[in-house]
Ligand binder design. Structure first.
Ligand code: BGC
Length: 428
């Protein structure tokens, strides 16, 4: 049996990612709380409730678990609605809690990456139009200034907006997220305002902290035609690809938001990212289907993974790359060990092309409130018993721990945790 280890670059960041509304609990002042309390919006009308009780203090035990299992970084988000509960008030105590968390990470030699906007918005903001309102980018920049001033001693890695593409599609096209609309004109405006908000935040962060590294976490989906020769499959695939994967990110290079049916100039957004944040979950093949005008006549299928496609996409921006999310919902932990190894093997391959990949954040540390899918999907390395707050150590913890501690994937660990792919990874 061949013995070898696929080594990752020195200093590679190994972490997990979380988001405020999904883990903190008792988050009652944002649009998601209102959405959860509107019947029929969340699977089984689930509520985030206490979530993982991070606000009650359990962040420390979870992050301690992360540290003990070899992780050297963590990505978390700050909750705008807690820090700025009303338009003209800051909650210094709430802000101090985040300072405490990032200070703890720093003391424990874990690099903190902080996301400023991860899907949730304060109620006062949505009641004045949220991101449909052209004044929101400036308000976001103000919020950013407050947060960065407080946290910059311990944080220099920032994500302005998490998955603007998912936020817009789910909220203004598919009706899965608040505000549950289906309106392309508004969707375009929200997208443009998110670009403006990002650009303004980028400038504020660099003004306060010149050495900061700032990016966006983009949900990349490998949208390829199911039949490459078929024009009818190619057309919806290429439109979906432009709208979903390219539109936002290209604006941060060129300053023009190209939404296929509409172009919006946002010159101040040109050259406003220092790295590419890549969130990757699964691959789509797009087939032409006349019955689906809402997806540009494309029916999407999900065969085996294509993280390497995502890395290829990210690489063309010629910036460092961080995998800001990657994971799978798997309550039984039947797929996750293999999924994690296979995906990290692809990351390792890309590192060997000398692509500048700086780190990997698994989604997620512990099961948490999965948005419109409530508690029905479990993405944690650790499981969570929601009623008792008990954490359950899944085999995937051992898998990821071995990788983090070795800074590599060894033949020994593959034969132990995913023997079915041993021959593919280590051919004799
Ligand atoms: C989001 C996370 C979410 C994960 C799994 C990503 O789109 O950023 O908040 O939990 O996917 O669905």
């Amino acid at each position: 049996m061949p013995e070898a280890t696929f080594h990752f670059p020195r200093g590679f960041l190994w972490g997990t990612a979380t988001a405020s509304h999904q883990v903190e609990g008792n988050n009652t002042n944002n649009n998601w709380y209102r959405w959860e309390n509107t019947p029929g919006k969340i699977i089984n009308d689930n509520k985030s409730g206490l979530a993982c009780d991070w606000w009650g203090g359990r962040w420390k035990e979870d992050l301690q678990r992360a540290k003990n299992s070899g992780q050297n970084a963590h990505r978390l988000s700050v909750e705008w609605s807690s820090i700025q509960p009303t338009p003209d008030a800051w909650d210094e105590e709430a802000l101090e809690k985040y300072v405490e968390i990032v200070r703890w990470l720093h003391k424990n030699q874990m690099t903190a990456m902080v996301t400023l906007h991860h899907f949730s918005d304060p109620l006062w903001l949505v009641d004045q139009g949220g991101w449909e309102n052209d004044e929101t980018p400036a308000l976001f920049a103000r919020f950013t200034r407050k947060v960065v001033t407080a946290l910059k001693e311990y944080v220099s890695l920032w994500i302005t907006v998490n998955e603007p593409n998912v936020y817009v599609m789910a909220g203004w096209v598919a009706r899965a997220f608040p505000p549950g609309k289906s309106n392309l004109r508004l969707a375009a405006n929200v997208c443009a305002n998110l670009v403006r908000g990002h650009a303004a935040a980028y400038r504020v962060i660099h003004e306060l902290q010149p050495e900061a590294q700032v990016g966006v976490a983009m949900n990349y989906r490998s949208l390829k035609p199911a039949r490459a020769w078929n024009l009818l499959d190619r057309l919806p695939a290429s439109i979906q690809n432009q709208l979903f994967n390219n539109a936002f990110q290209n604006t941060l290079v060129e300053g023009t938001l190209n939404l296929v049916f509409k172009k919006i100039n946002i010159p101040e957004a040109a050259k406003t990212q220092d790295f590419i944040g890549l969130n990757y979950y699964s691959r789509d093949l797009v087939k032409f289907d006349l019955a689906r005008p809402g997806t540009m006549f494309g029916k999407n299928e999900y065969p085996k993974d294509a993280l390497l496609d995502g890395l290829k996409w990210a690489h063309k921006f010629d910036l460092p790359i961080i995998i800001t999310e990657n994971g799978v919902e798997d309550d039984k932990d039947a797929l996750r060990p293999r999924y994690t190894i296979e995906h990290l093997h692809q990351v390792w391959r890309a590192c060997n092309f000398n692509w500048r990949i700086k780190g990997y954040f698994h989604w997620s540390l512990v099961d948490n409130f999965e948005w419109e899918r409530g508690w029905s999907q479990r993405f944690g390395l650790w499981g969570l018993e929601v009623d008792t707050q008990k954490r359950i150590r899944r085999t995937s913890v051992d898998v990821y721990e071995t990788i983090c501690k070795e800074n590599g994937i060894s033949s020994e660990m593959v034969s132990k945790f995913a023997p079915e792919i041993f021959d593919t990874l280590f051919p004799s």
